[in-house]
Design a protein around this ligand. Structure first.
Ligand code: S3P
Length: 175
């Protein structure tokens, strides 16, 4: 099996879906942010605070190369991973890339419910976050749209969302 790499904006559900998919397939799951945190022994927030976004992106690229070389794994990336360096082309070369596509409204709702600390959204009012998501998504979609497969998560009903996505991925990839 080629590695499966899940991409998409913050709040799309990359980690949740990746984890569930890996469990179904009986393969290892790696979340790139968690991998960075355990390798660097620092949280993503600490890395942003200490060396800024530019420094984080360099680490992220190196860690992506480590993780993407593993075989038979499911990897979920950070929201920005596909948008820096040649990361997107690199991921397409190595694995089956899947973009979890969601509207700004869905992303905002998910992000409000989530508890994780996201350095890019800190110190913003809900209105500012909404505008930020809309604007950043426009800039990022050209990268996300390079994925080999796209799943629109808005068209799924909430109840079976995660299982539905896992099933759809398995069918799409025949795994
Ligand atoms: C980022 C998304 C985060 C994390 C970092 C930057 C981004 O990952 O990598 O805070 O640029 O969108 P998640 O998408 O898993 O929240």
């Amino acid at each position: 099996m080629k590695s499966i790499i899940i991409i998409g904006y913050m709040g799309a559900g990359k980690t949740t879906v990746g984890k569930a998919l890996a469990k179904e397939l009986g393969v290892m799951f790696y979340d790139l942010d968690w991998y960075i945190e355990s390798r660097m022994r620092k949280t993503v927030k600490q890395i942003f605070d200490e060396i800024g976004e530019e420094g984080f992106r360099k680490i992220e690229r190196n860690m992506l190369h480590e993780v993407a070389e593993f075989e038979n794994v499911v990897v979920s990336c950070g929201g920005g991973t596909p948008c820096f360096f040649d990361n997107m082309d690199y991921m397409n070369q190595l694995g089956e890339t899947i973009y979890l596509k969601a509207s700004p409204e869905t992303l905002h709702t998910h992000l409000k419910m989530g508890k994780g600390v996201r350095p890019l959204l800190l110190n913003k009012t809900p209105e500012e976050v909404e505008i930020f998501i809309r604007e950043q998504l426009k800039l990022r979609e050209p990268f996300y749209n390079k994925a080999k497969h796209i799943i629109d998560i808005n068209v799924m009903d909430d109840f079976n969302k995660i299982n539905g996505m896992v099933e759809q991925i398995r069918k799409m990839l025949n795994v």
